[in-house]
Ligand binder design. Sequence first.
Ligand SMILES: [Zn+2]
Ligand SMILES: [Zn+2]
Length: 415
Amino acid sequence: MKKFLIFIIILNFQISKSQSLDSQIKSIEEKMITWRHDFHKYPEVSNREFRTSEIIAKHLESLGIEVKRNVGVNGVVGILNGKKKGKVVALRADMDALPIQENNDLPYASVNRGVMHACGHDSHMAILMATAEILSKNKNFDGTVKFIFQGAEEGPPPGEEGGARMMIKEGVLDNPKVDVIFGLHISSLLPMNKIYYKPKGFFASSSRFTIKVVGSQAHGGTPWPGVDPIVITAQIINSIQTIISRESELTKEPAVISFGKVEGGNRFNIIPNEVNLVGTIRSLDYEMRDYIKQRIHELAEGIAKSYGGKAIVEIVDGADITFNDPFTMDKMLPSLKKSAGSENVILSNAKTIAEDYAYYLNEIPGFLFELGGYNTKELRKAPPHHTPDFFIDDSSMILGVKTMTNLALDFLKGE
Ligand SMILES: [Zn+2]
Ligand SMILES: [Zn+2]
């Protein structure tokens, strides 16, 4: 009986402890929304996150967290030590906005013309700032939490370095050495209060290709002495799409090729000398990606040659595949379920968007999950990411704090 009583007391203590963590998280919500609105109102593009990173660094310092500034241009790293030495868990948020003119009529709409947080990175920062505050007030854990606020996720400006790759190069995963990393991406299209996860390939790799199609200039009325690069381009575009529809094993993994820009010519009666094409390849399997790259070369070069022209193809790999470690995913699934409720933790399909978070996962185990940000009760249509109407519901962020907090604490507890 006595044992039973002690058990009840311990159980009660644990429940009240977890309630108190929950109530702390609830009580930080308003502050977190204010942070997000401020970031949203004053967005900064990749590698220009000066004001943004200063606000974050000051907040972490105010919590007594050790701060490193300017890691990989504007990155901020916070190190929070628990009561004893132990494992090191990293939590990551990205900070950059996009060169898009906001179309939303909101009190906190962007005042920086032509710049907008149209991917939700403002919410990622606010969530991680709140998580840092909660964890700094509950330091009764063994180990260390490293907060990684990373710039230039969308890609640094041409000619500049930045993003996850640069932070890794500058040692963000060392001193202390990180054992595991967790990150989230909010989604304007997925219903809020839900978490989406997937072991192994989750987000795609992204490669950028350019094709310069060179012909020979001629009069529009007498094309025969020339070589028309516009006609060659038409053949190339159509043929390249058959790499996906006819040659890729799509039941294995999805893949996408998109042309984003076709540029050539200047007048109705001149056949131009060249046409320039730019596009992207998305893949969830490296073998498939390499095959697609090889076939783009073969088709473009072969077609242009057969018409008497020339195609110069260049392919540059951007983000790698975001590969969620299946073992860590499995181990931490109870933590996700505890945070959102089992029925709200959903096994996702692979996505053909890309994330430079992939580079952390190339180095250490961990995973990225998606957080629903769409309030299905609202009548407004869910606008996609990277559009001027992009919108997420503020009340979707609290689950992010809860999940990031639980992931860190549960991992350090060894659960
Ligand atoms: Zn984005
Ligand atoms: Zn993003």
